[in-house]
Write a protein that binds this ligand. Structure first.
Ligand code: AHR
Length: 819
């Protein structure tokens, strides 16, 4: 890698020398040159707006290799974000206007810039006269391209070129990985470090620093955290949930086994209009069974009890007995019960099944007499859910999340919150109330949301684990990567029409009333009470928007929502959004809007390489402390090629979290993303916790989150770090963070060593007060590709003590104050 970089650098310098020599032949430095702007036709402009300069319009020199200075943000990732035939013009005020075609249908993309480097938010007009202009052909780097030519000052080209160089340099830093450590740190000796706490400089930090972000991605909800064992229990799977899957419809996961019976789907007179489909089982002669496959099967545990329930009716009024069986792959009955359906009207039927064995099974519903039966909401739940809640959560998974001790939970997304197009925006009201009346919806990750895990269950879970709820609602615009859905208003670039914004804002205000309103005196407080929670949930935080593009459409809608919440609920902490990256137009524009409106907190997102985290540990040190707006780092994770989670990614996160604790005065909340992933059903990697029907498999990164969550403090104790090795590369790979938890009085020392050698650390705690002579130490260590578990022991503590940090390790020492 390093060799490749050197080669590229030499190539680049040679190229520059050649081009500079070309300039010198003509004059020392030209005042102006021709600038050719184009988007590569080979990739439909997905690599963005590119530039080349020339003195004679014959010989063109590319500015940056294949480097796009502006990329189209319209529609889905991948094939849809095109920049066709861009046209660059300069206004009489000197501003550059770039206009391009989006596709053959949706009109144009447009952005403006002063320097061709920083571009304003994109607009997508249907028509524009700015697109008109002559396109010429030019050969750039051996390829013919079509574009437009402007005469520009040489300084402009120099600026573009410097920007490219800087980016190349940054990318080389961000590409640093431990695999190169052998070469990078050849001959490195163990490092000596002293960490001297400076209690006189102590500062308060957020008590909510470490939380969790739950999104229904990777089958996190249905088939995951939501303990329901029947897949497609409501027969509402819809072909539109999953493009290109012929089997994805109301019968998904269901099948008829046996003969002389029919299984069809009907919608006449359903239980509820929100749940229109149900099964019709027409039995000519008993023997056949309606079978549900579950989510990769139905895992039973011996001796455990399972609540079976269903809505059913016998339209011909003929009473029918049904056997309900859980059957394994060999046909062995592992648990069973029976029911009689007699009513002509929809009625709930319930029974309990006790598992006779531990087995992977499927469900069979076997009518014992001929006739027609209608079935819906066929459900099977383990009784042993998290905290024993009905309609509850899978105990082991919920406990694994609870063990992080997250101080808040953000839900329900992510992209799921703002949805794929306006019609897919997550509507909280569809997710509360009786299960049969909830409105299922397509999950934009390519499957189905039953909404059985809805807002009530999310709030209940937060309460059960002592976490603040942080619901996130769309800011009146759908996901920035929404498909165009055939019309301009359907994608991200459309927003909820102004005529509907009043109702949308009312829904958001209703949510606050639902969560906090009086159970008797308020309409929505009553709804909450009827659902079984008379006490308010005490909602304090509400997220508006999820990494949206900060367009004019967004700004207008966000401002309306923000002002409405502020007026009715001034105490509510609104969390705004600043785009999907840690820099660029949305980040800059999002922050400008937050500063202008005085938004209390904004949600930053960035998924980055280990090198990025390593070289940006000072990201928040540089924050303007006088700003009113605090930070919620709502989504982050270390991504390496192959998207694996191992100790390399985990230690990078541990290192960065040390900097977040240090900046816990401005960074109030953080959450790794995504949280859960069902094996064989992932749309995104890495995730914090993998699972299947029987096992929970936390990643190494999970243990880092848990160690930070369980060892959080509300007071940061700065320290002076001195290493005997003064090399900057070494210093950046060592971090320490010392916090005090005032509730227990404990002082927690966290030490991260991302070096391939040991760091012998002397910790000087003078001034923090008397402490217990021994302390719990937890160490996570291994080779960069390993996925180790943390190991605990006890060590002796004194005012000054030595602690040897193994190569590539994270060490947490929890020191209790003396009695
Ligand atoms: O965490 C996965 C996705 O990443 C989220 O849905 C979205 O907000 C982000 O792009």
């Amino acid at each position: 890698m390093r060799k490749l970089f050197l080669f590229l650098a030499v190539l680049f310098v040679t190229f520059q020398q050649v081009t500079l020599a070309a300039i010198r032949e003509v004059a020392s430095t030209p005042d102006s040159v021709y600038l050719f702007s184009f988007a590569a036709s080979g990739d439909d402009g997905r690599s963005g707006l590119r530039f080349a300069w020339s003195m004679d319009q014959e010989n063109w020199f590319e500015v940056g290799r294949n480097y796009g200075y502006l990329r189209c943000d319209y529609s889905r990732w991948g094939s849809q974000k095109k920049m066709l035939d861009p046209c660059l013009k300069q206004s009489s005020e000197g501003e550059w206007i770039c206009t391009w075609k989006l596709n053959d249908r949706d009109g144009y993309g447009q952005a403006t810039s002063k320097d061709l480097i920083y571009w304003t938010s994109q607009k997508y007009p249907r028509t524009t006269s700015d697109f008109e202009g002559m396109r010429v052909k030019a050969v750039v780097a051996g390829e013919e391209q079509k574009g437009s030519i402007n005469r520009v000052a040489w300084e402009l080209v120099e600026g573009l070129s410097k920007h490219y160089d800087w980016n190349q340099y940054r990318n080389s830093l961000y590409g640093e990985r431990p695999v190169q450590d052998g070469e990078r740190f050849a001959g490195l000796q163990p490092v000596q470090a002293t960490v001297t706490v400076q209690p006189e400089r102590a500062k308060e930090i957020s008590e909510l620093l470490l939380g969790a972000f739950f999104e229904d991605i990777n089958y996190s909800a249905d088939g995951g955290l939501y303990a329901e064992l029947i897949q497609n229990r409501d027969f509402e799977y819809d072909p539109s949930d999953r493009e290109g899957d012929k089997n994805w419809n109301s019968t998904h996961s269901w099948a008829l086994k046996g003969e002389k019976a029919g299984f069809t789907i009907d919608t006449a007179d359903p239980i509820h209009p929100n749940n229109p489909h149900y099964a019709v089982l027409d039995v000519e002669q008993p023997g056949a069974a309606l079978v549900n496959a579950g989510f990769d099967g139905i895992a039973l545990n011996i001796g455990e009890k399972y609540d079976f329930s269903m809505f059913a009716r016998a339209p011909q009024g003929k009473s029918s007995k049904l056997k309900i069986r859980l059957v394994d792959g060999e046909g062995k009955v592992c648990g069973e019960t029976s029911l009689s359906v007699s009513s002509r009207q929809w009625k709930t039927y319930k029974a309990v099944i006790t598992a006779k064995v531990t087995a992977d099974t499927h469900l069979e519903i076997i009518p014992q007499s001929a006739g027609e039966l209608n079935l819906d909401m066929v459900s099977l739940f383990p009784q042993d859910t998290f905290k024993g809640r009905k309609n509850g959560l899978r105990k082991d998974l919920a406990q694994t999340i609870a063990d992080i001790h997250p101080r808040f939970i953000r839900f329900p997304g992510g992209c799921v919150a703002h949805g794929d197009g306006l019609k897919n925006i997550y509507q909280w009201k569809n997710t509360v109330g009786p299960l049969e009346a909830r409105k299922a919806q397509r999950n934009l990750w390519g499957y189905h949301q039953s909404m059985g895990l809805g807002y009530f269950e999310y709030f209940q879970f937060c309460e059960d684990i002592g976490a603040e709820p942080l619901p996130v609602l769309a800011a009146g615009v759908p996901c920035q990567n929404s498909a165009c859905h055939g019309n301009l208003g359907g994608g991200q670039q459309g927003g909820i029409p102004m005529s509907e914004m009043g109702a949308y804002i009312q829904d958001i205000l209703d949510l606050i009333e639902w969560a906090n309103g009086d159970a008797k005196k308020t309409k929505w407080g009553k709804v909450r009470a009827e659902a079984g929670h008379p006490k308010p949930f005490n909602l304090k935080y509400i997220g508006i928007g999820n990494e949206d593009l900060i367009t004019d459409i967004f700004k207008e809608r966000f401002t309306m929502i923000f002002n409405a919440i502020k007026e009715k609920y001034p105490e509510m902490i609104v969390v705004g959004t600043v785009g999907p990256f840690n820099e660029g137009t949305d980040y800059v524009e999002g922050w400008k809007l937050a500063d202008k409106l005085g938004v209390p907190m904004v949600d930053e997102h960035y998924y980055q390489s280990p090198g990025w985290f390593l070289h940006n540990q000072d990201f928040y040190d540089k924050y303007d402390r006088s700003k009113k707006t605090k930070v919620y780092l709502g989504e982050y994770a270390t991504h390496i090629p192959g998207r694996k989670a191992n100790i390399e990614t985990a230690l990078t996160e541990a290192l960065y979290l040390a900097s977040l604790e240090r900046n816990g005065d401005v960074v109030h909340m953080t959450s790794y993303a995504p949280l859960l992933a069902k094996e064989r059903h992932t749309q995104w990697n890495p995730d914090l916790i993998y699972f299947n029907n029987r096992e929970v498999k936390p990643t190494t990164g999970y243990y880092v989150q848990k160690l930070y969550g369980q060892n959080a403090g509300n007071e940061y104790l700065p320290s002076k770090i001195v290493l005997d090795n003064k090399d900057d590369k070494v210093r950046k790979r060592f971090a320490s963070s010392i916090v005090r938890d005032s509730a227990s009085g404990d002082v927690i020392v966290k030490l991260v060593n991302l070096l391939p050698v040991e760091v012998n650390t002397n910790v000087d705690l003078s001034g923090i007060g008397a402490v217990q002579p021994s302390a719990k130490r937890t160490v996570l260590t291994g080779k960069p590709t390993d996925t180790p578990l943390p190991v605990e022991d006890r060590i002796q503590i004194a005012e000054k003590f030595d602690c040897n940090l193994p190569a590539y390790s994270f060490t947490v020492i929890r020191i209790q104050k003396a009695n």
